[in-house]
Design a protein around this ligand. Structure first.
Ligand code: ZN
Length: 435
């Protein structure tokens, strides 16, 4: 197929998503037998090493088609955990698509390429991991295939992580890598278990995807937490406003986005957690209906009941929709200006509210938002010209509403909304001078 390097727009990009590509990727990943983090790394046909090299080869193939637009890297670290008793080399595979005008700002799509079966320490038995997380890995690879044909102001990183099942190690390594490279990480879309539509409950749902986001920042200081507890902001972390941003794109994927105001499913985890711990706005994207007979189970049949994470449990039209949502979100985030920094709200003991922020490169205008404090999403907005960085909202008092601001490009692409102060800031900001 002839590949065009012309900008094709977010809608055209989502139309490029191929169920056949997604299926081929998962078939290949399952074909490595096991992708357990401590499995064979040398074999070309079995184990985590072969799987990682396959991922890197796919990225390299896409890069060849776009004139070298993807830089493929494999950061690694020797790590231990309760599930890695002897130090083991954890390797992530990254494809980096450098932004044209704002390359230090980074949006990331991630998934874990490692798999497991019933015994998390079994490093040799079959662990097909078709859905957990072959589905997310296929979405990452497909996003790279489709979006590498376009150019964006910000950098996009496509990340295949290892060691998730052994203690979120690949996510930790990604966080360290991002810090080492001084990336200003705007968003992490962590896709983990995104291809199954038939749940353990017996319910089938191929129309809904869940987006999980933390409410308050893992990184806030006790002093910041105190102020946030008093003035509000417990539902306005950058991850939460990233979740609202993604929900605003649901029309581009054919899916309903069910936002869940939690870091992850109850008591469970994923690679977005170490990214959040490093201060990077991150969400977990997961199917609506999980099938527990297919997760973390040896492939077997007991009394006619089938267990195991095999490819027949993946609903490819559904996975294609989830992939489209991711691609729409990556294109919208990387194409829009950065979310504003230094957002301040003032107006106590006055009838008006004043919002101010630092200028954002590439912003043609700004959009100021507010909502009742009990509303789950933003309800009202007003546009402000791009040469101003503050606004007074007459007659709208600071006490009764929550406020935010986003940056908008000349072609109308908007950043996520930023809630004022440390509770809502997307990027780490230098501490204010004291005294
Ligand atoms: Zn998983």
């Amino acid at each position: 197929m002839f590949l065009t390097l012309q900008p094709i727009g977010a809608s055209a990009a989502t139309a490029e998503v191929s169920e056949r590509e997604l299926r081929e990727t998962i078939d290949r990943l399952v074909g490595f037998g096991t992708r357990h983090t401590l499995s064979d790394t040398k074999s070309e046909t079995r184990g985590i090493g072969a799987a990682r090299r396959y991922g890197a080869a796919r990225f390299a193939e896409f890069s060849k088609s776009c004139g070298g637009c993807l830089v493929v890297e494999a950061p690694s670290s020797m790590m231990t955990s309760p599930r890695v008793p002897v130090p083991a080399e954890i390797v992530d595979v990254l494809a980096i698509q450098r932004g044209t005008s704002d390359p230090d700002r980074v949006v990331i799509i991630s998934a874990h390429i490692d798999s497991r079966n019933s015994d998390v320490m079994d490093n040799s038995g079959d662990a097909p991991g078709a859905n957990d997380d072959g589905s997310g890995s296929a979405a990452v690879i497909e996003a790279a295939r489709v979006l590498s044909r376009q150019k964006f102001p910000a950098t996009i990183v496509y990340a295949l992580l290892s060691g998730e099942e052994q203690g979120l190690l690949g996510g930790k390594l990604l966080a360290e890598t991002a810090k080492t490279k001084s990336w200003r990480v705007e968003a992490v879309l962590n896709n983990d278990i995104v291809g199954n539509s038939g749940g353990s409950s017996g319910t089938r749902d191929d129309r809904t995807v869940r987006v999980f986001s933390e409410g308050t920042k893992a990184t806030e200081t006790p002093e910041q937490a105190g102020r946030r507890r008093y003035n509000g902001g417990e539902v306005d972390s950058p991850a939460r406003n990233l979740s609202r941003f993604i929900a605003g794109l649901e029309g581009k994927s054919g899916l309903r986005v069910e936002q869940v105001y939690r870091t992850d499913r109850f008591g469970r985890g994923g690679d977005q957690v170490p990214m959040l711990a490093a201060g990077f706005p991150s969400v977990r994207i997961t199917e609506r209906q999980e099938n527990y007979d297919r997760q973390h189970q040896n492939v077997r049949t007991e009394n006619g009941r089938k267990f195991g994470d095999t490819v027949d449990g993946v609903d490819f039209p559904y996975l294609a929709k989830v992939t489209r949502l991711n691609i729409a979100a990556l294109a919208a985030l990387a194409g829009a200006p950065a979310p504003p920094s230094g957002v301040i709200v003032e107006g106590a003991v006055t009838p008006d509210t004043k919002l101010s922020w630092k200028p954002v490169a590439g912003a043609k205008s700004y959009r100021v938002w507010w909502r009742p404090t009990t509303a789950a999403t933003w309800t009202t907005s007003r546009d402000v010209p791009g040469d101003t960085t503050s606004i007074v909202l007459p007659g709208i008092d600071i006490d009764t509403w929550f406020f935010g601001v986003s940056a908008v490009s000349a072609d109308g692409l908007s950043s996520p909304v930023v809630y004022p102060g440390p509770a809502g800031a997307f990027f780490a900001e230098p501490a204010a001078p004291t005294g």
